[in-house]
Design a protein around this ligand. Structure first.
Ligand code: VGL
Ligand code: ZN
Length: 199
């Protein structure tokens, strides 16, 4: 077997050009938290395995809202109060390995708009800077994992595709809020997102 053959599409990625994006693995999204994702705690072990695999960058996002954020039911928004900036609920869970994390991105900091994606606010106008950061690091491929699969993970994967990155979601290291994820996963695949079923 020739070990120097050109890699095929969807081959094992070159970690030198790959970043892991850990989306919103925060206390408020775990069981017992303010906006608990069912079985959200089950992502921690697979995320820890992924983050130790040698990615060129490991980005961890934190939902980081002001106390009067527009997404809160107290402001007629859709979500219970969660992830107030610098609160315990916004903290990373203690079991999450932080040593491999190279960059932390805060999102949802503006009072008047939400930011599901790690790249842009939901208005698609304001960038978190992650796009430029990754391009500057010569990253061409991202693997996305975390919470919640059907909101912030999906939005991050869609934006990563728009920004020109080869994009995969590590499904074992994700949990969603809605019970039937099949339509969402099909939609993401249609948009070119790869699904990694086993780490
Ligand atoms: C999220 C709803 C509100 C998430 C964040 O991380 O998926 N969902 N804020
Ligand atoms: Zn939020």
């Amino acid at each position: 077997m020739c070990s120097h053959s050109a890699p095929k599409d969807r081959s094992v990625p070159d970690f030198q050009q790959s970043a892991l994006i850990i989306v919103d693995v925060q206390n408020d999204f775990l069981p017992g938290g303010a906006l608990a994702v069912p079985d959200g705690n089950e992502v921690i072990a697979p995320v820890n395995i992924l983050s130790g695999m040698g990615f060129a960058a490991v980005i961890a996002t934190q939902d980081w809202h002001p106390a009067d954020h527009c997404s809160f039911t107290t402001q007629d928004g859709p979500w219970p109060v969660h992830c107030i900036a610098a609160s315990t609920g916004a903290d990373f869970p203690s079991a999450l390995h932080l040593r491999p994390v190279s960059h932390i991105i805060h999102k949802g900091m503006a009072q008047d708009r939400d930011s599901y994606s790690a790249f842009f606010d939901n208005d698609h106008e304001t960038s978190t800077g992650l796009d430029h950061l990754l391009h500057g690091l010569k990253v061409s491929h991202v693997v996305v994992c975390g919470l919640a699969l059907d909101f912030c993970v999906a939005a991050t994967a869609r934006d990563a595709m728009r920004c020109g990155f080869r994009t995969d979601i590590a499904l074992e290291a994700c949990r969603g809020i809605t019970s039937d994820q099949a339509p969402l996963l099909h939609d993401l695949q249609t948009q070119g997102v790869g699904l990694i079923k086993n780490i």
